[in-house]
Design a binder for this molecule. Structure first.
Ligand code: G3D
Ligand code: MG
Length: 170
């Protein structure tokens, strides 16, 4: 039997510099570059995930030239079917901002599958237990750890989000 084909849009949200562009590059191209991309606009990358019973094409939206934690244009969020909320293991304020990013998005999209990511797992953690507990309870789930630099956890994070998207598509 022909596999069911599904195409979905996902966004990566979080403060500037947490590693969103690097995570996409690691997942889609399996590469990592220290060169910072400063152009303005949006880039969409495509990645196909094969599951037993379906084929999921992720259209992965990245905002380029993001300045710090300024909220993004609603057009970036519109039509998103899933989100990776990303923070930086070495900067606690980026973790504390995740609930704000979630709310900003869900005002546009309603409730959609969400995975929280603590990126830069290769660096020492600057996250207090209190901050982690506060954010886990605000998001209703625990974060996954990734390193775009080493590749650790990156595929798992995207594929876990993909599975949740398939679940709600059924
Ligand atoms: P953004 O898209 O969220 O703004 P970027 O973030 O992907 O542009 O990454 C911002 C900086 O963090 C970059 O360094 C990048 O190399 C670094 N970075 C991204 N992911 C990781 C990681 O997993 N580990 C480590 N150690 N660094 C990471 P520069 O120096 O160019 O600012
Ligand atoms: Mg970026």
């Amino acid at each position: 039997m022909e596999k069911k084909k599904i195409i979905r849009k996902i966004c990566l949200l979080g403060d500037g510099g947490v590693g969103k562009t690097s995570l996409i590059s690691r997942y889609v191209l399996n590469s990592y570059s220290d060169e910072y991309i400063r152009s303005i606009g949006t880039r969409v990358s495509k990645k196909v995930i094969e599951y037993d019973d379906c084929e999921l094409t992720l259209m992965i939206w990245d905002v380029l030239g993001q300045k710090s934690q300024k909220t993004l244009h609603a057009a970036y969020y519109r039509g998103a079917n899933g989100v990776l909320l990303v923070c930086d293991n070495a900067r606690e304020e980026t973790l504390l901002h995740l609930p704000m990013w979630k709310q900003d998005l869900m005002e546009v999209t309603g409730s959609i599958p969400l995975i929280a990511i603590i990126n830069k797992a290769d660096l020492g953690s600057a996250l207090s237990k209190d901050a982690l507990a506060q954010v886990c309870s605000a998001l209703g789930k625990s974060p996954m750890y990734t390193s775009a630099k080493s590749g650790e956890g990156v595929q798992e994070a995207f594929e876990t989000l993909g599975s949740e998207i398939i679940e709600v598509s059924k």
